[in-house]
Design a protein around this ligand. Structure first.
Ligand SMILES: NC(=O)c1ccc[n+]([C@@H]2O[C@H](COP(=O)([O-])OP(=O)(O)OC[C@H]3O[C@@H](n4cnc5c(N)ncnc54)[C@H](OP(=O)(O)O)[C@@H]3O)[C@@H](O)[C@H]2O)c1
Length: 273
């Protein structure tokens, strides 16, 4: 049998984590060797039983450090997929890299400074690390179309819409989209009137690039984004809707395969395509 990539999922019982556990356990070239969760009530229980896909013979652990130590002892290079929380992800990634484990990070909410520090850390350790604010191919295509459109439009705003359990705002994808548009070096949205906000925040948050980002949080939503370009006499709207977290799995599996060959931190799925 060809060599298998040993994979640990951190945040394994969360909404993303459970989908990733299923996808990894079904991938022919990967072996799920660990599942980390925070809840002590599930410690030691089989992850497959807990998420309802049948026994996988992989016990859940609450002990992330020990799992990284174990993964580092595997014959093949190990990968940890992190889908936890903005408060935990920075420490998780540093720890994985210190153990020589390759992180694939879906968790959003890292600051630009934290991303820079992790890049320096990964570089010094010559260890690949992937930060992927959005694993869906549809979003990569939307961003590419937005970059093209931004050559012709001088006014743009972003609306991102998510379920109301999302902890960070704006979404990592919205921030990344604004950064991509800014890479052209163009000044967007030069105001033509002096604006006043009668309710603070009504015009949304302004990214470093001068692009307004509006964050909507409602039950019933999953993950959605609109990039709206305006010019005299026309509006051009790009929209991506996620209806099932299955849309992220091809990007997750691709990232697990690609991170093994990297020696530095890479940000964004588009760099892998
Ligand atoms: N890159 C992408 O394409 C993509 C797509 C969707 C979501 N995301 C991001 O992925 C992350 C997880 O999203 P989700 O919807 O799966 O959230 P979720 O359902 O809340 O799951 C998060 C998991 O992480 C655990 N956790 C929470 N806080 C933690 C902490 N401080 N330390 C360690 N573990 C912690 C939770 O454990 P408990 O249940 O015990 O609290 C839970 O199992 C978010 O940052 C989200 O923005 C990324």
């Amino acid at each position: 049998m060809a060599s298998q990539i040993p994979v640990v999922v951190n945040g394994a019982t969360g909404k993303m984590g459970r989908e990733i556990v299923k996808a990894v356990s079904q991938a022919r070239d990967m072996t799920l060797i660990g599942a980390v969760a925070r809840n002590p009530d599930v410690n030691g229980q089989d992850i497959g039983e807990v998420i309802g896909c049948g026994a996988l013979e992989v016990p859940i652990t609450n002990d992330y450090e020990s799992m990284m130590a174990m993964l580092s002892q595997e014959k093949e290079l190990g990968v940890v997929v992190d889908v936890t929380h903005p408060d935990a992800v920075y420490g998780n990634v540093r720890s994985a890299i210190a153990y020589g484990v390759r992180p694939v990070v879906g968790t959003t909410g890292l600051s630009a400074e934290q991303i820079h520090e992790l890049a320096v850390f990964a570089d010094k350790a010559s260890t690949g690390c992937l930060l992927i604010p959005n694993f869906s191919i549809g979003m990569v295509l939307l961003q590419q179309a937005a970059i093209k459109a931004s050559q012709y439009f001088d006014h743009v705003e972003i609306i991102e819409l998510h379920h109301n359990q999302k902890a960070d705002a704006p979404s990592g994808t919205a921030v990344q989209t604004a950064q991509m548009l800014a890479e052209l070096g163009k000044t967007f949205n030069v105001p033509i009137v002096e604006e006043t906000e009668k309710i603070p925040g009504s015009r949304g948050g302004q990214s470093d690039e001068g692009i307004r980002i509006h964050s909507i949080r409602l039950p019933g939503l999953i993950a959605h984004q609109e990039v709206i370009f305006g010019a005299p006499g026309q509006i051009y709207t790009l929209r991506h809707d996620t209806s099932d977290r299955a849309c992220y799995m091809p990007g997750v599996l691709l990232s697990i395969r690609k991170v093994l060959a990297l020696k530095t931190l890479v940000y964004g799925l588009e760099k892998l395509l």
